[in-house]
Design a protein around this ligand. Structure first.
Ligand code: PMP
Length: 437
């Protein structure tokens, strides 16, 4: 009996189990806000996914892939990317970049852009290496750098007031060239660029990209270029690929996502592109972790790109139609936010729009000295009391800077007209209640 008891006491683990590299990376904004939205929201403009379906041609490609004679599509495929997919990606992006891409060595398919990012940090970042991250940033960059042993170094886009009472644009948020240059040192291994940027919707101009490129070349630094919103640019703006600038192909990994490209975020098909000198190390991480991605989804995405190649530059192309539709949705949301005084920052690209909540502060009293930034408490209050889900902008800043940007929230406008109308109704009613004694 006693022998049994002492054994079972011994069996209970008492040693610390968490690997040191996980320290400080356990909190995740999406886990928290997705749960809140699921519990309380009637209108969810929080997490970035469309509530409209992917195009028919893509869904049909998936069904065809499932029902085809070729039962091998249910089995493993090539580890670094299903051959039809890497071939068409090489062809399509080769055309855009004006260079020959080898499907087998210049392209690798990943489980969404998320895994592509993970592969980059694991493949390139050593203990103590610095990685420059431009704020506001897609939040996972920071923990991923830390898990690889690296040190994130932050540089913020600085907003400047727009002229003559006009609404602010994401283009008004700019890097200070001197400040950016001061972040580069011999310890800098990489910079993460995300254009079009989540959460602001900023599309970096050629001048801004050249500034970054020059610094990368001068300091011999890698560029991890997250371009998942590459097709989603508005008002005739152009998405410029930094890899196409002088000296950059050799030091850039381009990251893309079929989720954003074809409005199918749940498929989790993403990719990386770049010189073999860089991609060979991504393949090492990939083969030692995920190994390969769902074959049927890759086959369908390959067919989607095949169709887009045939319709390249034509009005029927999804890559032309989708931004047109989203621009209209953006304009609706801009109008409804502006009408109630929640000042929108007009995004040049992406699914997202950031709005200033200053005029609504009286509804959610501030708690001075709270650790939680004001916008986070505001967003939680809003979903619980108004049923409208959005994401606080401070979630896209490092701990030290969160409190400097705490009066904005991010909305996702990649939603059906009915969803945006329901959001508008909530905002109008709220405004009416505020102003009616
Ligand atoms: N990068 C950015 C900037 C994103 O916004 C997202 C998705 N929200 C991702 C990467 C991840 O993309 P995926 O869903 O393809 O993993």
């Amino acid at each position: 009996q006693t022998h049994f008891l002492s054994l079972s006491l011994q069996a209970k683990m008492s040693r610390p189990v968490q690997a040191r590299r996980l320290e400080g990376t356990d909190k995740n904004i999406w886990v928290e806000f997705v749960k809140l939205a699921a519990t309380y929201s009637t209108v969810n403009l929080g997490q970035g996914f469309p509530d409209f379906p992917p195009p028919d041609f893509l869904k049909e490609a998936f069904t065809r892939a499932l029902s085809r004679e070729n039962d091998m599509l249910h089995q493993y495929t090539r580890a670094f990317g299903h051959p039809p997919l890497v071939k068409i990606l090489a062809q399509y992006f080769g055309k855009l970049l004006g260079r020959d891409l080898d499907p087998m060595t210049n392209v690798m398919v990943t489980v969404g852009a998320y895994q592509a990012l993970f592969c980059c940090f694991q493949a390139f970042i050593d203990e103590g290496d610095e990685v420059i991250i431009i704020e506001p940033f897609f939040d996972c960059y920071e923990p991923m750098v830390k898990m690889a042993g690296g040190m994130p170094v932050f540089v913020a886009l600085r907003p400047k007031a727009p002229k003559d009472g006009k609404l602010m644009s994401s283009a008004d948020w700019q890097l200070d060239p001197t400040e950016l240059a001061s972040k580069f040192s011999e310890r800098t291994k990489a910079i993460v660029l995300n254009s079009p940027n989540n959460p602001l919707g900023k599309v970096f101009s050629r001048g801004e990209l050249e500034l970054i490129a020059d610094l990368c070349v001068k300091h011999d630094v890698l560029c991890i270029s997250d371009e998942v919103y590459e097709w989603l640019v508005y008002d005739g703006k152009e998405h410029i690929r930094i890899a196409s600038l002088q000296g950059m192909w050799d030091r850039t990994v381009i990251i893309g996502s079929a989720g954003k490209t074809f409005s199918a975020t749940g498929w989790k098909v993403g990719w990386t592109m770049g010189p073999n000198r860089l991609l060979q190390h991504l393949r090492t991480v990939h083969q030692n972790s995920v190994y390969h991605c769902a074959t049927v989804a890759q086959e369908a995405v390959a067919q989607g790109f095949q169709r887009e190649l045939e319709l390249y530059g034509k009005p029927e192309s999804y890559f032309i139609q989708l931004p047109k539709e989203l621009q209209q949705k953006r304009d609706w949301l801009v109008q409804s936010l502006d009408a109630v005084g929640m000042k929108p920052i007009i995004p040049e690209g992406t699914y997202f729009l950031v709005a200033d909540i200053s005029e609504f502060k009286s509804d959610v009293p501030d708690i001075p000295d709270s650790d939680e930034p004001y916008d986070s408490r505001f967003a939680k209050w809003m979903v619980k009391n108004k049923g409208l889900a959005a994401i606080p902008l401070s979630a896209f800043y490092c701990g030290a800077h969160k409190h400097n940007y705490n009066h904005f929230i991010r909305f996702c406008f990649a939603k059906e007209e009915a969803t945006l109308k329901a959001a508008n109704d909530i905002l109008q009613k709220w405004k009416w209640e505020k102003t009616t004694p």
